[in-house]
Design a binder for this molecule. Structure first.
Ligand code: GLN
Length: 483
């Protein structure tokens, strides 16, 4: 049962092969048995799951249908869930029970999805390895000595290990696509504004975007359908109709123009990953795509720009955690300043503190023009590069990450070494574009992802290309040993 995809579950439930309650019990037992090795969940919401599963079965018995009705999922632990701990992977929010549901959570619940729990993540979504979590590191099911990627590493590890078919993630600089790549999943970061950020605890508000993580593009289409849409509660949500993402999955790729940026194949890329990317390009050519070399000349400036803008926004967003209104408060504060200092000093981990310091510095008087304003100018140049490229091509293709999953602890002493792993993903966030990562092969037994980027609101095109690729390859069907 645990091997079923969301699409197969929907068919099985419609054909009454099993009930949502049966499926939910089966997966909850699997989580109890296997998750201790992975640490992919921060909270398992057993009671809620069983209650939602029974309600979904009752709705089906009453004649209702829907691809998500009775489908088990989990939420990254930064989506607010009413009455349930929403920790953001931090000691700061270890005791925080959200007073309301995030829009994404509410929409998926209304569609009948069953929440099995809240998944582990890098603290406040800052990281690429899921090692900065207050609840401990998450292990990669493909090799338990390796990281699963981050910051949505819990969602990635859980889905890859077949503890459930799909989960939500968020992507500020790659946190859906990079862990998807490192665990052999398909993950989609939508266009900025496509999925509501209301109730998603903010890291860097101009970059954050929620999206689906699953094993197949077909399942990402189903989950995205339930997540996307205009929301008056999010001032950056965009009032555009949501297309039927499943309807375009089988469109032909004949004549599709794919751009491959020459800057992607520089010295930093593992040559074995480069080979797999070239193989995936050939596969898409067989399906009718036309390949063209393109250039993204400002790509080299993306990491420095991102690592100024994201911490700057984070330093502002995280000022609300002050020991007064939310979460952790230090013992016996001597005065208000002592309360602020110790609550934040004790409640936030090292990486979060590092980024607050960098961000506050970059925004301070005298440095704002030199760092923040400069980074925003680079951001515009990166967006312009993409706009030029999309005049010539329909999709941009390249690696998702320069390396496969690294060993736990390998980059802990050098934060910048981890930042460099984001080189292929952060440009999409800086430009607000949609991006998808899909399985493209293995290096030393560890999964490799290929990334596709598309123009604004072309999520359907990304899912279409990925689905056609998956109809003709079997990388996405591989299961990690032991799971
Ligand atoms: N690895 C990047 C960072 O640490 C991206 C994280 C994310 O997308 N949330 O900021």
């Amino acid at each position: 049962m645990h091997q079923l995809t969301l699409a197969e579950i929907a068919r099985g439930l419609a054909d009454k092969k099993f009930s949502s309650e049966e499926l939910t019990k089966n997966l909850l037992a699997r989580i109890a048995q296997l998750d201790p090795q992975l640490n992919s969940f921060i909270s398992v919401t057993e009671d809620l799951a069983l209650q939602q599963a029974k309600a979904a079965d009752a709705r089906r018995a009453n004649g209702e249908s829907g691809a998500l009705l009775g489908a088990p999922i989990a939420h990254k632990d930064l989506f607010c869930t009413q009455g349930i701990r929403t920790s953001c992977g931090s000691k700061m929010l270890d005791n925080f029970k959200a007073p309301y549901d995030a829009t994404v959570v509410a929409k998926l619940a209304a569609a009948g999805a069953v929440t099995l729990g809240k998944t582990n993540m890098d603290e406040f979504a800052m990281g690429s390895a899921n090692e900065s979590s207050y609840y401990g590191a998450v292990k990669n099911p493909w090799n338990l000595e390796h990281v699963p990627g981050g910051s949505s590493g819990g969602s990635a590890a859980a889905v890859a290990a077949r503890l459930l078919p799909a989960a939500t993630g968020t992507d500020t600089g790659g946190s859906i696509r990079q862990p998807a790549a490192l665990t052999n999943l398909t993950g989609l970061k939508p266009t900025y504004g496509r999925v509501s950020r209301w109730g998603m605890i903010a890291y860097a508000s101009s970059l954050d975007q929620g999206g689906p993580m699953a094993r197949t593009a077909e399942d990402c289409a189903i989950l995205l359908q339930g997540m996307a849409g205009f929301d008056t509660n999010d001032s950056t949500s965009i009032d555009e109709p949501v297309p039927d993402y499943s309807a375009s999955l089988n469109d032909s790729l004949q004549g599709l123009r794919i751009g491959v940026p020459r800057e992607y194949f520089s010295a930093g890329l593992d040559p074995r990953i480069a080979d797999l990317i070239h193989t995936s390009v050939k596969e898409l050519e067989k399906l009718g795509a036309v390949i063209k070399e393109i250039s993204l000349p400002n790509m080299q400036h993306a990491i420095p720009a991102y690592y100024v803008i994201a911490p700057a926004e984070a330093s502002s967003n995280l000022s609300r955690f002050d020991g007064v209104r939310f979460g952790y408060r230090c013992e016996d504060p001597k005065n208000l300043i002592d309360l602020y200092k110790r609550s934040r000093g004790e409640g936030f981990g090292a990486e979060v503190q590092r980024r607050i310091m960098v961000g506050a510095y970059a925004l301070s008087a005298g440095y704002y023009d030199a760092y923040y304003l400069k980074a925003q100018k680079i951001r515009r140049l990166i967006k312009n590069d993409f706009m030029t490229a999309f005049n010539e091509v329909d999709i941009i293709l390249g690696p998702t990450t320069p390396n496969p999953a690294w060993k736990l602890g390998a980059k802990n002493s050098d934060p910048v070494a981890a930042y460099l792993e984001d080189v292929y993903t952060i440009t999409a966030n800086l430009a607000g574009l949609p991006g998808l990562s899909m399985p493209a092969g293995f290096v030393d037994g560890l999964p490799v992802g290929v990334q596709l980027l598309a123009p604004y609101f072309q999520e359907g095109r990304l899912l279409n290309v990925a689905h056609q690729y998956q109809m003709n390859t079997d990388w996405h069907t591989r299961t990690p040993t032991g799971f």
